[in-house]
Ligand binder design. Structure first.
Ligand SMILES: *[C@@H]1O[C@H](CO)[C@@H](O)[C@H](O)[C@H]1NC(C)=O
Ligand SMILES: *[C@@H]1O[C@H](CO)[C@@H](O)[C@H](O)[C@H]1NC(C)=O
Length: 236
C-alpha cells in the first residue's frame, strides 16, 4: 500500500514537472498591426504562464526574406552581429520585462520596407515555441483633387478624383452631402516607388437641393477628403 502510494506520488510529481514546460506557450497579436511610418511599434511576444525569459534564447526574424535576422538575444546578451542592415539601431528588447516573460520588440522609426510578417522564436533547454505577427505600415498620400472631365450623354457630369503616394492601397469613397456613398464607376490603381496612386471616376446628376460631392481617401489611421460644388446651370 505504502509503495503504491509512493509510486502514485512520484508519478504525479513527475507529470507535474513535465507539464511545467509543456504548458508554456508564446502569445502575440491575433490581428495584423497597422502602424504609421515614422512612428514606433511594439511587436508583442509574451510567454504564458508568467515565466522568466532571462535565460532563454529570443530570436526575432522576418518571414520569407533573405537577410532575415531582426534581433537575437542569447546567454543573457544581445547577439546582433548578424542583424539585417536595415534594422540597425532601430530595435530594442525590453530587458527589464524579460523576467515577466515579455519578449516584445520595439521597432523605431517605421519604414514601408518594414512591412511583412515577423516571427518571435523563444527557446529554452527543453522547450521552444513561436508566434508570427503581421505588420502594415501606413503612409498617407497627397490631398485628393477632383476634376470635371466631361459631360455624360445621359445628362450627368463625369468627375474624376485622384491622389497619389499612399501605402497601402487606400479606400476611396464618393459621398453626397448627406454622407451617403455613391457608386464609383471605374477606379484605376497604379503602384510605383512613391506608393499607390488612385483615380476614381463617377458620373453625378443634378439634384435640386445641393450639388456638392465629396471624395474621400482613407486608411486605418488617415483620412483625406475634398469636395466639389457644381452649379445646377452646368447640368443644362
Ligand atoms: C510575473 O513574474 C514576475 C517575476 O517573477 C513578478 O514580479 C510579477 O509580479 C509576475 N506577474 C504576474 C502577473 O504574476
Ligand atoms: C511588454 O512590454 C512592453 C513594453 O513595456 C509593453 O508595451 C507590453 O504591453 C508588454 N506586454 C505584455 C503582454 O505585458
Amino acid at each position: 500500500m505504502r509503495i503504491l502510494f509512493l509510486c502514485v506520488t512520484f508519478l504525479i510529481l513527475f507529470s507535474f514537472m513535465e507539464s511545467q514546460s509543456e504548458h508554456l506557450h508564446v502569445v502575440g497579436a491575433e490581428a495584423t498591426l497597422v502602424a504609421v511610418a515614422g512612428e514606433d511599434l511594439v511587436l508583442p511576444c509574451f510567454i504564458k504562464p508568467n515565466t522568466s525569459a532571462v535565460d532563454m534564447r529570443i530570436q526575432w526574424g522576418k518571414v520569407n526574406v533573405e537577410d532575415s535576422l531582426v534581433y537575437l538575444y542569447r546567454d543573457q546578451k544581445d547577439r546582433n552581429e548578424k542583424q539585417a542592415q536595415s534594422y540597425r539601431g532601430r530595435t530594442t528588447l525590453f530587458k527589464e520585462k524579460l523576467q515577466e516573460g515579455n519578449a516584445s520588440l520595439k521597432l523605431s522609426d517605421l519604414r514601408v520596407s518594414d512591412e511583412g510578417t515577423y516571427k518571435c522564436f523563444v527557446e529554452d533547454k527543453s522547450w521552444s515555441d513561436h508566434i508570427t505577427v503581421k505588420v502594415i505600415v501606413e503612409v498617407p498620400g497627397s490631398h485628393p483633387l477632383i476634376k470635371m472631365e466631361s459631360y455624360d450623354h445621359s445628362g450627368g457630369i463625369n468627375l474624376v478624383c485622384e491622389s497619389s503616394g499612399w501605402n497601402p492601397e487606400p479606400e476611396v469613397l464618393w459621398l453626397n452631402v448627406e454622407g451617403v456613398t455613391l457608386p464609383a464607376e471605374d477606379t484605376q490603381i497604379h503602384k510605383d516607388s512613391e506608393g499607390f496612386s488612385v483615380k476614381s471616376h463617377i458620373t453625378v446628376y443634378d439634384r435640386s437641393d445641393s450639388n456638392r460631392f465629396y471624395c474621400r481617401f482613407q486608411q486605418t489611421h488617415h483620412r483625406m477628403q475634398t469636395d466639389v460644388f457644381i452649379n445646377s446651370k452646368l447640368f443644362d
